[in-house]
Each structure stands twice: as structure tokens, then as C-alpha cells.
Design a protein around this ligand. Structure first.
Ligand SMILES: Cc1cc2nc3c(=O)[nH]c(=O)nc-3n(C[C@H](O)[C@H](O)[C@H](O)COP(=O)(O)OP(=O)(O)OC[C@H]3O[C@@H](n4cnc5c(N)ncnc54)[C@H](O)[C@@H]3O)c2cc1C
Ligand code: SF4
Ligand code: SF4
Length: 762
């Protein structure tokens, strides 16, 4: 049981970056090694045009630096920029550096434009997305791969760009501000390095016996070369299916795929595949794993509903097309850090976090035999230890620091509820009640300030930089609701409305109304998120509004907008969307992470039970005590731990939406309503896809609730709350480089953004 739990947790922790794993990058694509930039496929640019754009922009940035050129002391033999990889990104970056007067060299382990050279013969190369003109000097338009590569050779020659082919980078070290690089032929020194090595040179392997034989390939170059042979294609993606289709024109083809259906292929490929299967040109072996490749056959294990059956299939040639892997070993050997690496020691982080708190307790006289100064030093020392290990790459230490910050904030925040946590008991809230304002006021100030600062950043990132009005409005709405409804009204306007009788003399003089400013959070927060609207003798105005909001406005809103409340209005979602925005791609993904969304049901059920008990307790005294205890524990564990401490602690590790996705009962309520409306065919909320998806995964990577948007996009299936917990933030629509996605009208209408028919073969 414990082992299973640990396995689930590990799967969730690792899932944030599994299919979309990347090096950890800062602004301008700079890696953890200052002066080393990573671009192109390796940095997540999904197509040639975007890889070229990244190359151009990074080169422009480097050239704009005052120290772009190696100084006179180091100038001799030191390149200003050394580019590794002569693909779309690397060549475009090098040309832009060269144009700006920088001394630049390109190292390429294969041929110039090696990845494109390796495309199947005569493949048409698409220059998508159409909406972006190509940036930089490298030529790009729809063309046969042979013509494209020739144009690139010409451009390199015309510009006298120094490209050293058949010379791969082996090692790199930075000493005294200069990079020392070793290739398999020579040694170089450079002020800056641009790594543009792509991922295609690192095909994923099955790691089974016989895979190294000559007739087992990891790419398809000349499909016409094979006639009347038995061919086994392994894989379930577009490359595998496209290879099988073209090979099946002249051969007998089988596809071995470990899944039970082709969930990720283009709709067009699905249609052609069904046709080929019906014509018996292709045989499908679902739920199968290749165990061994022999000289003329392959052993395949097929899962037949729990029982494993081994069979041998004829195989003159095999094509293992199961994708490419991030070259983790290579990147690590260069000292490059990857996103979301759980390195370090959990036990050490827990111990140091505890010692930090223990030191605080001693400092405040918790134990009279120990001098307070010793406590202070212990606390500082332990915190410094956490930070030092954190800076050395220990992710658990950062988790400890993050926990301490949010535990302290919430541990100090609610003394009035009897929830001032150890070691802050008796002094924390007092110490932070400055300028005559309670600590809860300063908490709201800090919350609003965090949202504003990071919200402005998010408006720039998603709205202004991408010219996306939807995102500008969305973030303006989140900030507006935070400022007006969760800060100005509860902290100032409500009191003024009472003082100056804006609400009428009757209400202003009613202590049941006027002395409960905190209830004004219920203007926007519906039950069961704002749990208290109906408890502790609310004025009837709050009861009427609470019922209207929860049982009329929210359900009607869910009909038209699904769960957009979470991404346009709510303050909890607001902090996640702003302060948590930079970590959105770390949201857990995959089936296990979705299964764990069951926790929402539990919190919702608890909220219902406690509400019923609290409402019934006056009429039925026997439940009064259990109801009060239930409410006390709900407040402590749900409102403080699950809304406050844990999710915000986890922002930098699992993205911003832990509370909203896994625990929020209101989100679950809206999810159930919107899902039901979809099933009844009356929902107006959905995301639709046209036929331009290239499977780049950008949408899935950036979805903060871990939805595999790409799978639905590839099949052009509408994405709604019957199939997902989408909150309508629209980030997937914004990031899609192909303009594939858009909001629909609930009728499954696919947007009319047609593409060239050939695009389906990318
Ligand atoms: C089958 C297929 C079809 C595709 N079709 C299209 C299409 O039609 N249109 C489109 O826009 N995109 C297409 N793509 C995607 C496109 O290929 C990539 O987006 C693009 O090549 C990325 O460019 P890059 O420069 O980042 O990487 P790459 O083009 O992969 O270039 C990386 C270069 O680095 C070199 N290298 C690797 N390691 C080292 C080392 N240690 N030292 C020196 N050099 C090294 C490699 O040899 C390679 O030349 C397709 C991809 C595949 C696999
Ligand atoms: S699917 Fe798209 S709109 Fe829905 S939550 Fe994910 S990123 Fe946001
Ligand atoms: S729908 Fe998703 S996977 Fe497809 S092109 Fe757009 S971002 Fe990439």
C-alpha cells in the first residue's frame, strides 16, 4: 500500500516534464551556465521557423551586450560566439552574429542541416506557421528538402560563415569567464556558446536484444527502396504510422504498438491507416511489445487482457520510430541543469526546515535553559544551509524554503481562530500587527501586491508580447477582481459604506451587518469555497445573495463559460495565474495525475456534510458539538493547509493549480455542472481544433491542469468539461504555434482555418 502510494507520488512528481522535458532556461534562453544559451528543438521550438526565430533573437541579444566581443586581452584565438549544431536554429543564430560583426564558428557533428538531410527523400518541408514571417538570413519557404538544404548551403557559402562539419562537441568547461570546448577534432575558446543540437540525433531505443542489427533502423530515409518484404514498424505516433503507410504500398507491413489505440495521430493519418488495414496492407498489433529482433523475425509479446502471449512475426526490416529523447547524458556532462529535477536529500531538507523553526522557538524563549541567541543562530544557520544546498541544485531544499515561507505566513495569520501555529504562538501575530493593522490586513496587502507585480509580468508575457487580447482581458479581470472585491471592499469600502451610510441607514446601523466586513468576501466567493456565508447568524442579505450566487449565478455561468470563474475571477486561481505563472509547465501530467483529481470530490462531500450539520444543529442539538468540531477541522485542514500553505509551497514544483485542481470544492462543483451540460448538449463552453496540429506539445506542456490538449487536438476532438477539468484560461490557444486551437460555441464547430493538404504529412 505504502509502496503503491510512493510510486504514485513519484509518478506525479516526475510527470510535469516527462514528454516535454527541457533544459532549465532563464531570460533570453540562457542556461544555468552564464553565457551558454540553448535554442531550437532542444529549447522546445517545435518547427523550423520558430527554431530560426529563436536563433535570430538570441544572437541579436548577444550582439546588443556591451561585452559581446571578447576583450583585447582574450581576443587572440577566442571566438565571440561558438555555435554547436548547424541546423535551422544554429545556422540562423550564427548568420545573425556574423552580420553583427561577431567572430563566430559553427561546429556540426554531421552534415550541414543534418536533421533535414535525414528526412525521407523528396519530403516536402513546410514553412509553418504562416502567420509569422521567417526571421533572419536563412531562407525558408515550403520546399522539397533537397532544395531547402541546397539554398542553405548557398547562403552559408555566400556569407563565408565558418562551419566545421563532421566535428561534434564532446566537452565544455568555463574558466575565468571563457568557455573551453573540446570537439572530436580540436579545441576552442569562446566568450559565449549557443547550443543548438536538437533532439533528433537521439532517437529513443527499445533497448531489446538484436536492436543493434543492420536491418533494424531508427529512421526511414528511402521508403521506395523496399519491395515485397516483411516489415515491422514499431511505434504509435505520426512518424511510425506515416512510415508504415508509405512502406505498405510495396510491402507487407505490421505495426507493433504498446497502446490500445492510436491516440496521438493526425486525423488524416487515422483515415489512411484504417483504409490500409481494411485493404490488409497493414496488420496492427496493439498492446504489444517487441522483446527481441532475430535475423529474419521478431519476437513480440501481446497483452491479451491480462495474459501475455509471445508470438514470432516475420521481419526482413524493422523501423523503430518511437520518438526522440532529450540527450540528458550529454547535457548533464556539460553541466546543464534540466527542468524539474528532484535532486538532493528530502531528509536533510526536512531536518533543516525543522531546525529553522526550532531555532525561532528557542529565540522567543521556548526553552529557558537555552540562550535565545543560540536559538537565533540555529535558525539562521539552518536556513542558510537550506539556501546553500538549494543554490547547489538541491530541489528539496527549495521545497523546504518555500514551505517555511508559507507555513510562517499562515501560521501567524489566524490567531483569532486559535490557529497561530508553533513556534509563532503568542508572538507572531503581535509582531506583525504594524501601524495598528492586524496581520490579516498585511497578508491581504502582500497577496494583492504579489498578484499585481506578477500579474503585470503575465500580461506582458501572454498578452502584450503575443498581441493576445484574450489574455490581456483575462489578467485585467483577475487583477480587477483582486483589487476591488478581495482588497478594497473588505479592507476599506465596506467600512466606509457603513460609516457614510452608502448602504442606507438601516443596514449601516444593524450590528449584524455593519460589524462583519469579512462577509463581503462572499460577494464574489460562492459556497462551498467561501464556506461561511450561511453560518453564524448572517444578515439575511448575505443569505439571499449567497443562495443566488451559488445556486443561480454559478450554474448559469458554468453553462456559458465552464470553469472560467477559476481563471478570470477567483483570487485563489488569481495568485496561481500570476505568482505561479512561471511554473505552469510543471503541472503534473498523465493518467495518474488526473486520477488523483478524485480528492476534489472528498472535499466537496465534506463541505456538504458540514454545511448540513451546521444548518441543522440549532434544530437538532445532538449534532451541535460534532458540527462545530467538523467546522473547526475543516477550517484548519482545508482553509489553512489545503488552500494556503501546501499549494503555494508547491507552486515552484507542481505549478500553480494544485488547490484549484485537486482540492477546491467549488471547482469540482462547476466541473460537474459544466460536464453535465456538455452531456446534455447544452453547454456553450469548449475548445476546438482545426487540422493544423503538428504535435509539438506546447499546449499540453503549458496547461496548468495537466490536460493532454495535444491528443484531443490531433484528433480534432472538442475539449470540454465532460472530458477534462479545463478552466478556460486559453493559454493552450495562445501558445499554439499553428493557430490550431480556439474557443468554440459548444456545438463542436471546428474553426475554419484550413491548411494546405500536404501539411498532414509533417
Ligand atoms: C520526420 C520529421 C519531419 C519534420 N518536418 C518538418 C516540416 O516539414 N516543417 C517544419 O517546420 N519542421 C519539421 N520538423 C521539425 C524540424 O525538423 C525541427 O523543428 C528543426 O529541425 C529544429 O531545428 P534545430 O536547429 O533546433 O535542430 P536540428 O535541425 O535537429 O539541428 C541540430 C543539429 O545539431 C547537430 N548536433 C547534434 N549534436 C551535436 C554535437 N554534439 N556537436 C555538434 N553538432 C551536433 C545535429 O547533427 C544537427 O545538425 C520535422 C521533424 C521530423 C523528425
Ligand atoms: S486546456 Fe487550455 S484552456 Fe483549458 S486549462 Fe488547459 S491551457 Fe487552460
Ligand atoms: S494544438 Fe498543441 S500540439 Fe498541436 S500544434 Fe498546437 S500547441 Fe502544438
Amino acid at each position: 500500500m505504502l509502496a503503491k502510494l510512493r510510486e504514485s507520488i513519484n509518478t506525479i512528481l516526475a510527470s510535469g516534464d516527462m514528454p516535454t522535458r527541457r533544459p532549465a532556461l532563464k531570460a533570453h534562453n540562457e542556461s544555468n551556465i552564464p553565457g551558454l544559451y540553448i535554442i531550437g528543438d532542444l529549447a522546445g521550438a517545435p518547427v523550423i521557423k520558430l527554431a530560426m526565430a529563436q536563433g535570430f533573437e538570441v544572437a541579436q541579444y548577444i550582439a546588443s551586450r556591451p561585452d559581446a566581443k571578447a576583450g583585447p586581452a582574450t581576443r587572440d584565438g577566442v571566438y565571440d560566439v561558438l555555435v554547436v549544431g548547424a541546423g535551422a536554429a544554429g545556422l540562423n543564430a550564427a548568420l545573425a552574429c556574423h552580420d553583427r560583426g561577431l567572430k563566430v564558428v559553427v561546429l556540426e557533428k554531421g552534415k550541414l542541416a543534418n536533421t533535414i538531410e535525414d528526412f525521407p527523400e523528396n519530403k516536402w518541408v513546410y514553412a509553418e506557421p504562416d502567420s509569422n514571417p521567417p526571421k533572419g538570413k536563412l531562407w525558408l519557404d515550403g520546399a522539397r528538402k533537397e532544395d531547402l538544404v541546397k539554398r542553405w548551403h548557398d547562403i552559408v557559402t555566400e556569407n563565408k560563415l565558418e562551419v566545421r562539419t563532421e566535428e561534434g562537441l564532446k566537452a565544455l568547461q568555463k574558466k575565468d569567464g571563457i568557455f573551453h570546448l573540446t570537439s572530436d577534432k580540436s579545441e576552442y575558446r569562446a566568450k559565449r556558446v549557443i547550443l543548438a543540437t536538437g533532439q533528433r540525433g537521439n532517437p529513443r531505443k527499445l533497448k531489446v536484444a538484436g536492436e543493434e542489427q543492420e536491418h533494424v533502423y531508427h529512421r526511414l530515409y528511402s521508403p521506395r527502396h523496399y519491395h515485397n518484404e516483411d516489415i515491422l514498424v514499431v511505434g504509435g505516433g505520426n512518424s511510425a504510422v506515416e512510415a508504415a503507410l508509405v512502406l505498405s504500398e510495396q510491402n507487407r507491413v505490421r505495426i507493433s504498438y504498446r497502446g490500445s489505440d492510436f491516440g496521438r495521430i493526425f486525423k488524416d493519418n487515422e483515415r489512411l491507416l484504417n483504409q490500409a488495414v481494411a485493404e490488409k496492407r497493414i496488420e496492427l498489433l496493439f498492446n504489444s511489445n517487441v522483446k527481441e529482433f532475430g535475423a529474419k523475425n521478431a519476437t513480440v509479446e501481446i497483452d491479451r487482457g491480462g495474459s501475455q502471449e509471445r508470438t514470432t512475426v516475420p521481419c526482413d526490416h524493422a523501423f523503430v520510430l518511437v520518438g526522440a529523447e532529450l540527450p540528458v547524458k550529454f547535457l548533464k556532462s556539460l553541466g546543464i541543469r534540466l527542468e524539474n529535477e528532484w535532486e538532493g536529500s528530502l531528509i536533510r531538507a526536512v531536518a533543516l526546515s525543522f531546525l529553522t523553526l526550532l531555532g525561532l522557538w528557542l529565540l522567543k524563549g521556548g526553552q529557558t535553559t537555552v540562550p535565545p541567541l543560540a536559538g537565533g543562530l540555529l535558525s539562521l544557520g539552518a536556513l542558510a544551509g537550506l539556501l546553500a544546498f538549494g543554490f547547489r541544485g538541491d530541489r528539496y531544499s527549495w521545497l523546504g524554503v518555500s514551505f517555511l515561507v508559507w507555513y510562517a505566513i499562515y501560521g501567524i495569520k489566524s490567531p483569532g481562530d486559535g490557529h497561530e501555529f508553533w513556534p509563532f504562538t503568542g508572538w507572531g501575530a503581535k509582531a506583525l500587527s504594524i501601524f495598528g493593522r492586524p496581520v490579516s490586513f498585511w497578508y491581504t496587502v502582500m497577496y494583492t501586491a504579489l498578484m499585481t507585480v506578477f500579474g503585470v509580468g503575465a500580461i506582458k508575457r501572454w498578452g502584450l508580447d503575443r498581441k493576445d487580447k484574450f489574455q490581456i482581458w483575462r489578467y485585467a479581470s483577475l487583477l480587477g477582481f483582486q483589487w476591488i472585491f478581495f482588497f478594497l471592499i473588505p479592507e476599506f469600502l465596506f467600512q466606509w459604506a457603513v460609516k457614510y451610510q452608502w448602504v442606507g441607514a438601516k443596514l449601516a446601523e444593524d450590528p449584524n451587518f455593519s460589524q462583519q466586513a469579512w462577509r463581503s468576501y462572499g460577494v464574489v466567493y460562492a459556497w462551498p469555497l467561501f464556506f461561511y456565508t450561511f453560518f453564524y447568524n448572517p444578515h439575511k442579505i448575505w443569505i439571499i445573495w449567497g443562495v443566488l450566487l451559488t445556486f443561480v449565478i454559478i450554474p448559469v455561468g458554468a453553462l456559458f463559460f465552464g470553469k472560467r470563474y477559476c481563471s478570470w475571477i477567483c483570487g485563489c486561481g488569481g495568485l496561481a495565474e500570476t505568482f505561479g505563472d512561471r511554473w505552469r509547465h510543471l503541472a503534473p501530467k498523465g493518467r495518474t495525475s488526473i486520477r488523483w483529481e478524485w480528492m476534489n470530490y472528498v472535499v466537496l462531500a465534506l463541505a456538504v456534510v458540514i454545511t448540513v450539520m451546521m444548518l441543522a444543529k440549532d434544530a437538532w442539538m445532538v449534532i451541535a458539538q460534532p458540527a462545530e468540531r467538523g467546522l473547526y477541522y475543516y477550517h484548519l485542514y482545508i482553509d489553512i493547509w489545503l488552500v494556503g500553505i501546501l499549494p503555494v509551497t508547491l507552486y515552484p514544483f507542481l505549478g500553480g493549480k494544485v488547490w484549484c485542481r485537486y482540492w477546491c470544492p467549488l471547482a469540482k462543483m462547476m466541473h460537474m455542472m459544466s460536464g453535465l451540460y456538455t452531456k446534455l448538449g447544452i453547454s456553450r463552453f469548449e475548445i476546438v481544433a482545426n487540422d493544423k496540429c503538428i504535435g509539438c506539445m506546447e499546449c499540453s506542456r503549458n496547461c496548468q491542469v495537466g490536460i493532454d490538449v495535444m491528443s484531443l487536438a490531433l484528433k480534432q476532438q472538442p475539449l470540454n468539461n465532460a472530458v477534462s477539468s479545463c478552466i478556460g484560461c486559453g493559454i493552450c490557444v495562445t501558445v499554439c504555434p499553428m493557430d490550431t486551437l480556439d474557443f468554440g460555441d459548444g456545438k463542436g464547430l471546428v474553426q475554419i482555418k484550413t491548411m494546405k493538404p500536404e501539411m498532414a504529412h509533417v
